[in-house]
Design a protein around this ligand. Structure first.
Ligand SMILES: Nc1ncnc2c1ncn2[C@@H]1O[C@H](COP(=O)(O)OP(=O)(O)O)[C@@H](O)[C@H]1O
Ligand SMILES: O=P(O)(O)O[C@H]1O[C@H](CO)[C@@H](O[C@H]2O[C@H](CO)[C@@H](O)[C@H](O)[C@H]2O)[C@H](O)[C@H]1O
Length: 475
């Protein structure tokens, strides 16, 4: 029996890592817009493998592109009072080849529907349409001025657990499809383009994007950047260091263990300071006076209360956070604000042979766009990275048989790398003073409250990591 596409999608979407509404029942799923994507591409610009034969999955029997259809689909998902939009690339085939079974959505009236981001026979249309600056239905594909795009490359979906879906083309480009669509220009496109224009070495070069009008606003749907093929991400590098430390039974000090990360943390601090300087030069800056700081603190409190209503375990720790927020409200000091990264952590930075490069300027997924674009203290990013050192040091401890012995080492590793990062940030010209400890502490606890909700929704086994932030006497 076939189901409507809406029914199929409602069953399928809840299992997708990028679906933000996990744990709540879907009350309605509606298709808002459908744009058929031409597999023969605009003006024959489409890669010939696809336009000609669409691959050869049935051995000796070339498949024609007529048997494959790809539609760009925008859906709205209602859960109680909340409605979110998502974008999908849905393929339809009479039969799903083995290599696409993992991407199956289900059998619809038009054939077997599947998540076409996994179909390298068709994803080339994204690149070729960007290269050709095509307008297809309401979708506008755009190329960064001055850049050339090689449209012959085939894609693979990046395996990382993500809030979005990224396609890596050859080893040249990474195209991120923003899954949850928030009307407006995505800060990632806005910020990376501005920093690229300034020649910043700390970003991956932008190549193109896709946009459309959503709810009457020009909205970014996807963004293509240089793929940093020789780089390693900060999270993986930090964990290697932590593993070395835990494995070196004879050594007691993080500084003596093989794979010490402190020099990299220091360089990362410097790169972060440079990035903040570039952001301050490219966008407006301002000062938040003391009365407004009090309002900002009220925002922190609301976020904490919202987190408690979703994760009641957090209530037992609320006093620690309120005390830190009280101290910030009482300082009476103004705060300098500017554009910041907004969701800064070790998974957002990559070490190339020459530099730390910063990715993912989208801000915290799930927050309204105006909040993600708002000016903020650069120390919000510093706090985010400090939290990430805590995560890296603690996450290998869960279920570890030697946890009692390793716990002090974990704390020492985190302290050492926090200090190295802050020293690098100051050496790089980042403004950080003794008095900033109060702001940093409040920002760290506010971030930890966000993380508690994030982990409860996505990785409940990791919940103890952000909860521990409310017990530690840091700051
Ligand atoms: N330009 C790039 N070059 C190489 N790898 C990248 C690049 N951009 C992202 N990645 C990889 O993809 C992961 C997730 O990317 P990110 O932009 O943070 O996506 P999301 O918003 O879905 O979390 C990164 O941790 C990194 O491993
Ligand atoms: O990278 P995203 O924009 O998807 O960010 C979200 O997911 C992150 C996890 O992938 C999450 O980060 C948290 O876990 C990290 C380890 O996996 C840790 O380094 C971070 O410090 C911690 O906040 C991030 O909060 C969330 O927005």
């Amino acid at each position: 029996m076939t189901h409507t596409l809406e029914e199929l999608l409602a069953g399928w979407i809840t299992h997708q890592r990028w679906f933000a509404g996990k744990g709540r029942a879907i009350t309605d799923l509606a298709v808002e817009a459908v744009t058929p994507l031409p597999l023969r591409g605009p003006a024959e610009s489409f890669h010939s493998d696809v336009a000609g034969s669409c691959g050869t999955t049935h051995r000796g029997r070339p498949r024609t592109h007529e048997q494959v259809e790809v539609r760009h689909i925008v859906i709205t998902v209602r859960q109680d009072t909340r409605t979110d939009r998502y974008q999908l690339l849905v393929g339809f085939r009479p039969v799903l080849p083995q290599r696409l079974l993992h991407a199956a959505i289900g059998e619809a009236a038009d054939g077997h529907a599947y998540d076409a981001v996994h179909d390298a026979d068709v994803t080339g249309l994204l690149l070729s349409s960007m290269a050709a600056e095509a307008d297809i239905g309401g979708l506008r594909f755009r190329r960064m001025p001055g850049s050339e795009i090689d449209t012959s490359l085939r894609s693979l979906v990046l395996g990382a657990e993500q809030s979005n879906t990224s396609l890596v083309f050859g080893d040249a480009y990474i195209c991120k499809l923003f899954r949850k669509i928030v009307p407006g220009v995505n800060p990632e496109l806005e910020v990376v383009s501005a920093l690229a224009e300034r020649g910043s070495p700390n970003i991956a070069r932008p190549y193109g994007w896709i946009e459309a009008d959503v709810a009457g606003q020009n909205t970014t749907l996807a963004f293509t950047q240089e793929f940093l093929r020789t780089a390693s991400d900060g999270w993986a590098l930090a964990l290697t260091s932590v593993r070395d430390l835990y494995g070196s039974l004879s050594s007691t000090a993080a500084s003596e263990a093989g794979g010490d990360f402190a020099a990299e943390s220091n360089r990362l601090g410097m790169a972060t300071a440079h990035l903040h300087k570039e952001l301050a030069a490219a966008f407006p800056t301002s000062t938040v006076e003391a009365p407004e700081v009090k309002r900002m603190v009220e925002g922190f409190r609301r976020r904490l209360e919202d987190a408690i209503s979703e994760v009641p375990q957090l209530a037992a720790h609320a006093a620690v956070a309120h005390e830190a927020f009280d101290r910030l409200a009482d300082t009476g000091r103004p705060i300098t604000v500017q554009r910041v990264h907004g969701d800064y952590h070790l998974g957002q930075v990559m070490r190339t042979p020459s530099e730390w490069v910063v990715l993912d300027f989208e801000g915290e997924p799930g927050q309204p766009l105006q909040d993600r674009r708002a000016l903020d203290s650069p120390l919000r990013d510093v706090a985010g990275m400090l939290r990430s050192f805590e995560y890296a040091s603690r996450h290998l401890l869960a279920d570890h048989p030697d946890v009692a012995r390793l716990q002090p080492r974990a704390s020492e590793w985190a302290q050492r790398n926090r200090a190295a990062f802050i020293a690098g940030y100051s050496a790089g010209g980042g403004r950080i003073h003794g008095d900033d400890a109060v702001l940093l502490r409040a920002l760290e606890l506010s971030k930890a409250a966000y993380e508690v909700v994030y982990e409860a929704r996505n990785r409940p086994a990791w919940l103890p990591i952000p909860l521990a932030a409310f017990a530690d006497p840091i700051g």
